[in-house]
Design a binder for this molecule. Structure first.
Ligand SMILES: O=P(O)(O)OC[C@H]1O[C@H](OP(=O)(O)OP(=O)(O)O)[C@H](O)[C@@H]1O
Ligand SMILES: Nc1nc2[nH]cnc2c(=O)[nH]1
Ligand SMILES: [Mg+2]
Length: 168
């Protein structure tokens, strides 16, 4: 018996879908900008940040390194392992003109911590769950709170049994 997680609902996302969703996010951000710099929340924010930076032609990219989920669905204390550097903090107005990018917002705990660091920055995620949604300025797709999103970098192709077992 596999001890793989069995979530209530799952939302698997392919590379292709992730790229399309992030591009759609970027169209909205293009209207909300311009942005001088991107701060991505590692590690999940690295992938959308690369796509957004390419589309919006942003060359200054900083990381804020945060860990909270030790394993599937178990969130511990938020640990800021690396904050943002002086290139970002010395910018005018507490993050004005800075775009924060993450893959998703769930409970909003991570977003809250990063917003404290850069209160005037624009916060964008590709996906949002209801609890975290108020903390995000721009997102593309909302999923229910009891849904677990599987990103393409966390998954691989595998056999799926038919919906009706056996058959005759
Ligand atoms: O809204 P919250 O409940 O705080 O959850 C959202 C955060 O959880 C995930 O990161 P995680 O801490 O799992 O680290 P990772 O990005 O390195 O996978 C995700 O990438 C978000 O950053
Ligand atoms: N992969 C993934 N990480 C998360 N961290 C918090 N919520 C989620 C989720 O739904 N999927
Ligand atoms: Mg993350």
């Amino acid at each position: 018996m596999s001890d793989a997680p069995r979530p209530d609902k799952v939302f698997p996302v392919s590379w292709d879908q992730f790229h399309r969703d992030t591009r759609a996010l970027t169209w909205r951000l293009h209207e909300a900008g311009p942005f001088e710099a991107i701060v991505c929340i590692t590690r999940g924010g690295l992938v959308p940040a690369a796509i957004v930076a390419r589309e919006l032609n942003v060359r200054i990219i900083e990381t804020v390194c945060i860990a909270s989920y030790h394993d599937y669905k178990n969130q511990g204390d938020i640990k800021v392992m690396k904050g943002v550097g002086p290139e970002i903090t010395s910018m005018r107005g507490q993050g004005k003109g800075v775009l924060i990018v993450d893959d998703l917002v769930d409970t909003g705990k991570t977003a809250r911590v990063v917003r404290e660091i850069l209160p005037a920055a624009h916060f964008a995620t590709v996906y949002a769950k209801p609890m975290g949604r108020p903390l995000v300025d721009t997102f593309i797709t909302e999923v229910s709170q009891d849904t677990w999103i599987y990103f393409p970098w966390d998954t691989g192709l595998s056999y799926v049994p038919p919906i009706r077992a056996g058959g005759d």
